[in-house]
Design a protein around this ligand. Structure first.
Ligand code: BDR
Ligand code: CA
Length: 339
């Protein structure tokens, strides 16, 4: 049986890749794509989501406009990473179908409440729409099956400021609300996704298939590859968002740890920083923990203050297996959508 999934996006090159992965994955029933501002404006992202679905000949998938600006801060976009349009060098024809009239926040609420315990919510954007949905209909907290979020730099430097990852930096207040909501959250942070690299060799494989899908992937990622080379000195591009989507059906690719995560939303200097507290040992004070808080059996610092875990954090990921499977699925999709 296919698992109903809502993808909340700010498309965005890697958001587009997540949409395409959802379309070709037999495990997924993509119920809808919801959009907020982030990599580009909400309206540009909406047009991108519709064009990508049109290009893949899946105009039947609902696309919903969401909240345009973060809860309290002005929108901060990422044209240097994703290009002025949000899709790198890709130029897609305008979509022929309109977006769905339902607002993204209402769509999320309606889908989750109509199918309690069944819908996987996969936010790969600033968490504005999700925070609004939680505030508008708190019963979604208990009704959602799982929430798999791409966001946060938990144990590494940020990719937007030295402390913060982009999705959490853009709307730190929303990220804070969502983290504290009580929803069953799996967090896939930048710590993990920065190593999930697509290379030019993968693109060459795809280009062997004549299809609008392979041309789109080549044009969009060319920009992304150039950005990664000039900014990080690496020859590949990190495809963050498809990882979160993939964990709805390939959970075994990851290792997890239950922790507490909150998001800084007061200090300008550390805005959007993910603050982790390890909660592994339930004894108090933790067994094997010395006076400085160092836990000898875990080999890491463990705070004596231990709140209840609110997040299943991805701490390891088999990126080689994932990338091989991702490329394989993109090839399948390209073959399904011939020129
Ligand atoms: C996240 O920020 C955006 O640029 C990407 O689409 C991804 O969701 C990575 O930090
Ligand atoms: Ca994104």
């Amino acid at each position: 049986m296919r698992n109903p999934v809502i993808l909340d996006t700010d498309p965005g090159i890697d958001d587009a890749l997540a949409i395409l992965l959802a379309l070709i994955s037999p495990e997924v029933e993509l119920r809808g794509v919801t959009v907020t501002g982030g990599n580009c404006s909400m309206l540009a992202g909406l047009a991108n989501a519709r064009s990508v679905l049109s290009m893949a000949r899946r105009s039947d998938i609902p696309v919903c406009a969401g909240v345009s600006t973060p809860l309290l801060r002005p929108l901060y976009t990422a044209a240097e990473t994703h290009g002025a349009s949000g899709l790198g060098y890709a130029v897609l024809p305008d979509a022929t179908h309109a977006h769905t009239a339902t607002h993204a926040v209402d769509f999320i609420i309606e889908e989750i409440m109509a199918h309690p315990g069944q819908v996987s919510l996969v936010p790969v954007a600033p968490l504005t729409n999700i925070a609004m949905a939680v505030r508008k209909e708190p019963r979604i907290v208990a009704a959602v099956k799982e929430v798999i979020i791409m966001g946060g730099a938990v144990r590494v430097d940020g990719n937007t400021t030295s402390l913060a990852e982009f999705n959490f930096y853009v709307d730190p207040h929303a990220a804070h609300i969502v983290m504290q909501s009580g929803m069953p959250i799996t967090l896939v942070p930048w710590d993990i996704t920065r190593d999930v690299m697509l290379y030019q060799s993968h693109i060459e494989q795809l280009l062997a298939i004549q299809s609008p899908v392979s041309r789109f992937l080549a044009d969009a990622t060319r920009f992304y590859l150039e950005f990664h080379l000039s900014s990080f000195g690496v020859a590949g591009c990190a495809i963050n968002d498809p990882v979160a989507l993939a964990l709805t059906f390939w959970p075994d690719l990851a290792q997890y740890e239950y922790v507490h995560v909150d998001v800084e939303h007061v200090s300008e200097l550390s805005m959007g920083k993910s603050v982790i507290t390890y909660v592994g040992d339930t004894t108090h004070p933790p067994r094997d923990t010395d006076i400085t808080g160092f836990n000898r059996s875990l080999g890491k610092w463990q705070n004596v203050y231990r709140p209840v875990p609110n997040v299943r954090l991805v701490t390891g990921f088999d990126h080689e297996r994932f990338i091989a499977r991702f490329v394989e699925r993109m090839m399948q999709l390209a073959m399904q959508v011939p020129t």
